[in-house]
Design a protein around this ligand. Sequence first.
Ligand code: GTP
Ligand code: MG
Length: 458
Amino acid sequence: MINDTIAASATSPGLSGIGIIRLSGIEAIDIAEKLFKSKSRKKLSELEDRKLNYGWMIDPLTNAILDEVLVVYMRSPKTYTREDVVEINCHGGIVSTERILNLLVSNGVRLAERGEFTKRAFMNGRLDLTQAEAVMDLVGARTQNSFDISFHQLEGRLSKEINHIRKKLMDMTAQIEVNIDFPEYDEEQMTVVNIESISREIVYKIDKLIQSSETGKIYKEGIRTLILGKPNVGKSSLMNYLLNENRSIVTDIPGTTRDTIEEYINLAGIPLKIIDTAGIRNTQDEVEKIGVKKALDKIDMADLILMVFDASTAIESEDKMILEAIKGKNVIYLLNKTDLPEQINFEALDTIKNNIIKISIVNNEGLDKIEEKVKAEFLKGSISVENDIIVNNLRHKDLLHKARKSISEVLESIKNSATLECLQVDIINTLEYLGEITGESVKDDLIDKIFAEFCIGK
Ligand SMILES: Nc1nc2c(ncn2[C@@H]2O[C@H](COP(=O)(O)OP(=O)(O)OP(=O)(O)O)[C@@H](O)[C@H]2O)c(=O)[nH]1
Ligand SMILES: [Mg+2]
């Protein structure tokens, strides 16, 4: 049983109009009541449930006023955590929220751990594990599509599908039990035929979910996109164009960018984590050298490379060196500065010359093709954010793979005429793996680990 009362700032610290402190637990209302003085002089619990009340937070020891606030209390069980909840709206910024939190702590409240409110919502059965995880992803979403995927998950789209599959598995285990207890040849044959067709159907459903996880990953984590090229080709200009902001320094001096610069952008609803890098060349400059090394080191982790060439210069050894270093990666080749007289020797580019997008950043030409190409590359197939179930969580994906393996074992065993007992083992394993996704069958330490990745106050 959870018997302590927790509190945290639900808004992020920093400059903001208001700050909201949330309390949850059996003593939430009692403690808040001691520290809140309403304008009407009524006690908090005498005021109406779920209505904002104007007043002040007062330190009862000194009678000092901490801040002017609006306080609402919500009685269990119709609350986020299913416990009694109080929200104190104070002035934003770090001073007021911190002072009020300190006051609460000295009156018996414990500071909430990361994700503890949502963890309580899960423990008290208000959300299943996929829904709780969706809450975290919603808060971290960087594009509308990323948000929508998590929102559908919060509404239970993924849980519903998993529970649907689990129901089929449970029916199978029940049927097998009956057969094991009352063995009769005909019945058993029927059971095996049924198990086979249902297992195939489950494999199909799980595969569909696994397939969606590629799209899910893109929307959740973004595409790690590295801009590479020799010095002065317009990498930083491209970064700024994509960001729609003068973030990277642009000059006509080769070697301008020294360090890697990372920013998130939203390209047609797809989040891109875009990294501008130092132009690749052999240099004696110590600082630049480090930048070049950093750029090359990032190649491994990149999902996508935007390799920029300069149409107004010939292909040089640096270009070739980069081409060599990015072999096997997912690359979009861009030929920039096509507004200038062409000096580039296409024959040096071999096979990629037919695959190069011509752009001019200064004249804003050809740039929309980058977006088209990214979409074509990463959003293959016909998965719809609006209508499909999209798995965007690595934990879910791993468990789906495990479930897929177990249910495939069932089919394999049927082929080998295994006993019903033998099939039963793998069916139960499949059930367990899927149950771990929704939190049905999950261990405490794993739950702690999942919620530890949340933010404070959620
Ligand atoms: N004519 C022309 N000039 C461009 C174009 N794009 C960028 N430039 C110019 O090329 C120069 C280099 O641009 P940057 O964006 O700093 O190039 P960079 O690749 O980041 O260079 P380093 O950081 O030194 O590696 C600047 O003077 C830009 O204004 C273009 O499409 N056409
Ligand atoms: Mg640059």
